[in-house]
Ligand binder design. Structure first.
Ligand code: UD1
Length: 429
């Protein structure tokens, strides 16, 4: 056997024996995107911070390593993260870590605030289309930073940050987070127009306010920051993960299951809940619990991704798996990332009938999916394949496990608790 071939066969994968309806109750983990914004912000405190409900995922672990490289003392156990930022002494982040994820560039405004200079390699992240950072540069520059891209890194410096009016040309989570993180260190008032309204942006603002910042309007399209206030350590609980909640809701519907997802925030899920109801799925909500029950054939629907509170781009991939067997023809239009539909070829390997027309996928409902070996090339494509594997007759092996582990905290264990036959192979686990 060829060496390369045998390595492929032996590599890590998630194996799913499909066709089992999920049943029971599962608790959702803390927010990935909220944690990735909040953890860098702890460095701005004058004393240690404790963060609760932090998901145990690769992106968090990489962030922790970046903080340690900068000199912070960090401990992470049982989803509780302790950060002592008082020993931070470096202003530059190593490429080896920064290139592994998108949110690494949140350290640029933080280090700029601490040292008046920052050097952070251009961020990595999922290969889902162009991910420019022009709006981050616009925001930081408006507040008094000199920002240059050279040698593949963001070089920022300042003689002094001062508040200003910033108008973002497009709604961007990353640019909103970076402008807020710059503004808390700027003297005077900043107004950020056309801000992102995502729950993780609100969570970052709530965390910074718990440290002593004064930020108003997070969750609307105008955020106001009264900058330059001293920030102290705080104890804070991260919100539940909106996308993991949605993934579990879709998995429950896709397997014709009966599942309660606890520890969730139902109001964050309205765009998805509305689509599931339209398809004929039962969606019940009570406090922090979402009850999903479905049976029989589900109706086809049309989905268009939008910024929050629209249908999240991060859930269109899981949604495609569910729609692949709905009765009739569905469409999915991806408006945020131009390359975020390429994974549909992997669903077609499992028997889906999906055709691509530019940024729109047309899904003609198949009778059923069949298990097959597939590869997840990005995080949410991985989620899509997990759901397809759970729905399919037979065995599905999902390669590219590292993509899934970047953003889902022990998803295999959660699914097993709901009765699924899921195992991780090739890792020695
Ligand atoms: C964040 C999320 C990601 C989610 C995305 C959209 C994190 C760590 N990641 O990514 O899971 O899929 O929001 O909800 O929170 N854009 C520009 N210029 C910029 C910034 C963005 O043109 O300076 C464009 C992007 O190419 C994209 C759109 O704006 O088309 C949205 O990007 P943005 O909201 O910034 O996404 P991220 O913060 O990278």
């Amino acid at each position: 056997m060829l060496e390369g071939v045998s390595m492929y066969i032996m590599s890590e994968r998630m194996r799913i024996h499909g066709g089992i309806p999920l049943k029971g109750e599962v608790a959702v983990s803390g927010g990935k995107n909220a944690s990735l914004a909040i953890i860098p912000a702890t460095l701005l405190a004058s004393s240690p911070c404790t963060l609760e409900n932090v998901p145990d995922i690769e992106d968090v672990r990489v962030t922790i390593e970046m903080l340690r490289c900068l000199g912070a003392e960090v401990e992470f156990e049982n989803n509780v993260l302790l950060v002592d930022p008082t020993t931070v002494k470096h202003h530059s982040v190593p490429y080896e870590y920064a290139s592994l994820m998108r949110a690494s560039y949140y350290l640029a405004p933080v280090l700029l605030g601490l040292f008046k200079r920052a050097e952070v390699p251009l961020p990595g992240g999922c290969p889902i289309g162009a991910r420019p950072i022009d709006q981050t540069i616009k925001g930081m520059t408006a507040l008094g930073a000199d920002v240059e891209i050279k040698g593949g890194a963001i070089h920022a410096s300042t003689k002094g940050l001062r508040g200003a009016d910033v108008y973002l040309d497009m709604v961007s989570v990353g640019a909103t987070v970076n402008t807020v993180l710059t503004a808390v260190n700027a003297s005077g008032n900043t107004t950020i127009h056309n801000s992102a309204k995502e729950p993780h942006v609100v969570d970052l603002a709530n965390f910074l306010n718990s440290m002593g910042a004064r930020i108003k309007g997070a969750g609307t399209d105008t955020i106001r920051v009264a900058g330059g206030r001293p920030l102290r350590g705080s104890t804070y609980t991260v919100i539940p993960d909106q996308i993991e909640t949605g993934t579990l809701m879709i998995a429950a519907a896709a397997t014709r299951g009966d599942v309660i997802i606890s520890g969730a925030i139902p109001t964050h899920m309205e765009a998805l809940s509305a689509k599931l109801l339209e398809m004929g799925v039962y969606v019940g909500e009570e406090d922090d619990r979402i009850h999903i029950r479905s049976e029989g054939k589900l109706r086809a629907v049309n989905v268009k991704t939008q910024v929050y509170p629209g249908f999240p781009t991060d859930l269109q991939q899981p949604m495609a798996a569910l729609l692949s067997t709905a009765k009739g023809s569905s469409t999915i239009t991806e408006t945020i990332y131009e390359s975020r539909l390429l994974y549909v070829e992997e669903l077609n390997r499992m028997g889906a009938n999906i055709r691509l027309f530019g940024r729109t996928a047309v899904l003609d409902g198949a009778d059923q999916l069949n298990g097959a070996p597939v590869t997840a090339n990005d995080l949410r494509a991985g989620a899509s394949m997990i759901i397809a594997g759970l729905m399919a007759e037979g065995v599905t092996d999902i390669y590219g496990l590292n993509c899934i582990q970047r953003g889902y905290d022990r998803i295999d264990e959660k699914l097993r608790r709901l009765g699924a036959r899921v195992e991780i192979l090739g890792t020695g686990r």
